[in-house]
Design a protein around this ligand. Structure first.
Ligand SMILES: [Zn+2]
Length: 454
């Protein structure tokens, strides 16, 4: 493996909330020296006026469906990599896109564009044990079967369990708690997509806090923007703040957009949703053929919901100032919630991290750069117990994103949701160059990472 030296860049010092000009030396996948370095390397990267950041960590995303018959089955992970993400947490919102055997097996053999960890998803497990009706609770017997599967996956190094309560309204709070009893270490992490948004959001967040109290496990509330940014963000953040003061480990993540995205056939769009959001059919954008980039009418909405229930749609229903309010909060990380089918989906999966840096930090000055970076690096690294990631220090994994804070900008939009961002010069994964000037030069540097319980 070639040695790399990055010179004259600005390295974040999170403890002292500042940037310091330092050189960084990389050898065998690890940062071996930081400071003023005179020795030479095989590759030297000039990073004057650039930020030399730990690689971004996406704590909330949805991995691709890996078709093992395809020569290159990755797509989501490439878009992540191009926006500076080097490590992703898969299996969120109760949903795994394939078995963990397939996921881990494929990555162990073939490597991947980013480092991947995974949750095991509750809704996925419900499917596995035959709970087909999303409006009913699981039986005791079915919960036991799900726990047996979790038991097996603990040996695969899962992060913990993810829940997608809104997608299966029949899930009872007790089912959530009973399932978590399969996790026998206080270090496992729960992540949960709330039960209902809008006026029900505060109540839904309280339910998740209750789960954290009863299970004594840390709780990561998923994409709080799409839960509470309808006039309820201030109240939601206060409720979380209070539980944190009581000693519970509650954090949340948020993506920087005012539209959420999911499958049109899901329970999210059940009767009553438009009244709850005070929005119309026209606020729903279809993202796939044969209606790609078309706004709904009432007729089209019901037609697509019936004929193409798995189509990803974007719903322009949130208040962006409340999304900003969330991201400003000290216990909220940036998480993309990336959701793609090849090249169709929501731009958040190719733009979230650069968008926070360009729009929220540089243009609107809603956030300081050092705080934004913490939410993308050290914060989620600590949450995911990645003790070797999230900082530019000796001994850390060499996952590094080098960017120009004056130029970084998301390019992905609803018409072209996978366009790579501007202003990222290099992305380094496990000590080798993965992206150089927007081009992926090596998309097989990432590994499957087992969650560390000790
Ligand atoms: Zn979700």
């Amino acid at each position: 493996m070639k040695t790399i030296k990055i010179i004259n860049g600005l390295v974040p010092d999170f403890k002292n909330r500042k940037f310091v000009q330092k050189d960084v030396f990389i050898e065998d996948g690890v940062i071996t020296e930081v400071g003023a370095i005179t020795k030479s390397a095989d590759i030297t990267i000039e990073a004057k006026n650039r930020i030399v950041s730990p690689g971004f960590i996406d704590i909330h995303m949805h991995e691709e469906v890996i078709d093992i018959n395809e020569p290159d089955p990755y797509f989501t992970a490439y878009y992540e990599l191009q926006m500076g993400v080097t490590t992703c947490a898969a299996g969120n919102c109760g949903n795994n896109r394939q078995s963990i055997e397939t996921f881990k097996g494929y990555i162990d053999q073939n490597f991947s564009p980013v480092n991947y960890l995974t949750f095991i998803g509750h809704n996925y497990l419900r499917n596995q044990v035959g709970v087909e009706d999303r409006y009913r609770a699981s039986t005791k017997n079915e919960i036991e079967k799900m726990k047996a599967i979790i038991e097996k996956y603990k040996t695969y190094g899962i992060i913990g369990i993810s829940y997608g309560i809104e997608y299966s309204p029949g899930i009872e709070t007790q089912e959530i708690i009973d399932l978590a009893s399969a996790l026998d270490s206080e270090h496992y992490l729960l992540s949960a997509h709330f039960r209902e948004d809008g006026e029900k959001s505060v109540e839904s967040i309280k339910e998740l806090i209750q789960v954290a109290k009863d299970t004594k496990l840390p709780m990561q509330i998923s994409h709080i923007g799409s839960c509470s940014a309808y006039g309820y963000m201030t109240q939601s953040l206060k409720v979380i703040e209070k539980s944190r003061q009581e000693g519970y480990s509650i954090f949340a993540d948020c993506y920087p957009y005012d539209a959420f995205a999911t499958f049109i056939g899901s329970a999210v769009f059940d009767e009553g949703c438009f009244e709850r959001w005070n929005k119309t059919y026209h606020d729903i954008l279809l993202t796939e053929d044969p209606y790609r980039n078309t706004r709904c009418t009432e007729e089209l909405f019901y037609k697509v919901r019936k004929e193409y229930p798995n189509m990803i749609v974007a719903a322009f229903v949130m208040n962006e100032h409340e999304v900003v309010e969330a991201i400003q909060s000290p216990f909220i990380y940036v998480g993309s919630d990336s959701l793609f089918k090849k090249d169709s989906g929501h731009p958040r999966g190719a733009g979230s991290f650069p968008r926070v840096l360009s729009k929220y930090v540089r243009e609107d000055q809603s956030l300081e750069l050092i705080d934004a970076l913490w939410k993308m690096t050290l914060g989620p690294a600590e949450r995911l117990r990645l003790s070797n990631k999230g900082q530019i220090e000796v001994g850390m994994d060499a996952d590094i994103t080098i960017f120009n804070q004056e130029r970084i900008k998301d390019s992905a939009d609803y018409a072209n949701p996978t366009a790579p961002p501007e202003g990222i010069d290099y992305v380094i994964v496990n000590g080798e160059i993965a992206v150089q000037d927007k081009k992926i030069v090596n998309g097989r540097l990432g590994k499957y990472v087992k969650y560390q319980l000790n």
